[in-house]
Design a protein around this ligand. Structure first.
Ligand code: SF4
Ligand code: F3S
Length: 111
């Protein structure tokens, strides 16, 4: 089992999650973060920290697509362990539907 970052993180990228992860298993894209499923210890601490409610356990229905996305980009993007600035318009994107097409495959800066 692992926790997984899902669609509503896109363009919100609040990063509260990275501050609490005991094993530093978040990886940063340009407008999205992912969890490395091989490193996550399933502690669940990050789930309630996300203001966008964008972190779910992989036991949720229909989460396979997002598990694949987390696995793929965790291998390509840099590690992030400290909260940086979230996008200025993050709150405007929180809860918007159909953000999947806006997911950038570009890496973030990491730290
Ligand atoms: Fe990190 Fe725990 Fe969240 Fe996994 S469930 S990403 S180990 S805080
Ligand atoms: Fe994304 Fe939520 Fe973390 S919006 S960056 S999963 S705090």
């Amino acid at each position: 089992m692992t926790y997984v970052v899902v669609e509503n993180c896109i363009k919100c990228k609040y990063q509260d999650c990275v501050e609490v992860c005991p094993v530093d298993c978040f990886y940063e894209g340009e407008n999205f973060l992912v969890i490395n499923p091989d490193e996550c210890i399933d502690c669940g601490v990050c789930e309630p920290e996300c203001p966008a409610e964008a972190i779910l356990p992989d036991t949720e229905p229909n989460i396979e697509k997002w598990l694949d996305i987390n696995t793929k980009f965790a291998a390509e993007w840099p590690n992030i362990t400290r909260k940086g600035e979230s996008p200025a318009d993050a709150d405007e994107w929180n809860g918007k539907p159909d953000k999947e097409g806006m997911l950038s495959s570009n890496p973030g800066k990491g730290d």
